[in-house]
Design a protein around this ligand. Structure first.
Ligand code: SF4
Ligand code: SF4
Length: 285
């Protein structure tokens, strides 16, 4: 028996909403007993795309994070349910029984991820089922994963060491969206938005973009080095929040610049002007 899980690679997500729409296409107007009644057209986001705008003008970017039910091993929703209204299938998929859960509105607030939605017409809470009705028929993945054009959603058997998902989890590159909830979430993430420190380097004597200049970022046991791109720009991504970093910009023939950046927010250092080092004149005898 497989034990299903999902990884969302936020570095590959372009916010196209195909996963969200595929979920709507599969579940709106369709009832899949015994797993769920149909999903209303509006007000429910079983595959919720969270958009996060980061940085300050002129360095602004948007990150997208898909947030479905995490199909937790120790789900708080299950603990809150009466009469076995929420249960875990042997493959780990967490199901809200659409009959037993009628009237249990408390289930909506029992999930700290807020991925249970109330169906006012049917008086029942609803959420992602991982398309259990399709997996039962032999499908290899849910509709959202199939619809993702960028490969940002990876689905598979957590217990199969050869599966892509198991290998990614073993690589140590993944993390849980809210590890503090400690629910044994079976949806993990790669590249969740953290903090960046960026800037643009300019040669002060020529006013030209400083291309290929060495930039080093250092802070609390961490050191990263890169070269400015064809526009003189640099960016360190995935940094910890609320830390202090020192950015060093070095170019032969120019004075080294040292700038402190605090990552309470994403930091854009703006134009950094490099000044020529003074040429010492040698007096003729
Ligand atoms: S994410 Fe929320 S709804 Fe889904 S299993 Fe965990 S506690 Fe339950
Ligand atoms: S389909 Fe894939 S790329 Fe598009 S929003 Fe969903 S996760 Fe992101």
């Amino acid at each position: 028996m497989a034990r299903y899980g999902m990884i969302m690679d936020a570095t590959k997500c372009n916010g196209c909403y195909n996963c969200f729409l595929a979920c709507k296409d599969e579940h709106c107007g369709n009832e899949y007993s015994p797993y769920t009644v149909s999903q209303p057209m509006t007000g429910q986001f079983w595959m919720k795309i969270v958009e996060k705008e980061r940085g300050q003008y002129p360095k602004v970017k948007v990150n997208y994070t898909a947030v479905p039910c995490m199909h937790c091993d120790k789900p708080s929703c299950l603990k809150a349910a009466q009469n076995g209204a929420i249960y875990k299938r042997p493959d780990g998929i967490v199901i809200i029984d659409p009959e037993k859960a009628v009237g249990q509105k408390n289930l909506v607030s029992a999930c700290p991820y807020r991925v249970i939605y109330w169906n006012e017409e049917k008086k029942v809470g609803q959420k992602c089922t991982m398309c259990a009705h399709l997996l039962d028929k032999g499908w290899k993945e849910p509709r959202c994963v199939e619809a993702c054009p960028t490969g940002a959603l990876i689905f598979g058997d957590l217990d199969d060491p050869k599966s892509e998902i198991a290998q990614l989890l073993a690589s140590g590159k993944t993390e849980i969206l809210h590890p503090e909830y400690k629910m044994g979430e079976k949806v993990s993430y790669i590249g969740l938005p953290k903090r960046f420190v960026a800037g643009a380097v300019v040669f002060g004597d020529t006013d030209e973009c400083a291309v290929g200049v060495k930039v080093t970022l250092q802070g609390e046991g961490e050191k990263q080095t890169l070269s400015t791109d064809n526009y003189g720009d640099f960016e360190f991504e995935g940094l910890a929040a609320d830390k202090e970093y020192v950015v060093n910009i070095e170019a032969p023939g120019y004075k080294t610049q040292k700038i402190t950046a605090k990552t309470a927010i994403d930091v854009y250092l703006g134009d950094i002007i490099l000044k020529k080092t003074a040429v010492r004149k040698v007096k003729a005898e």
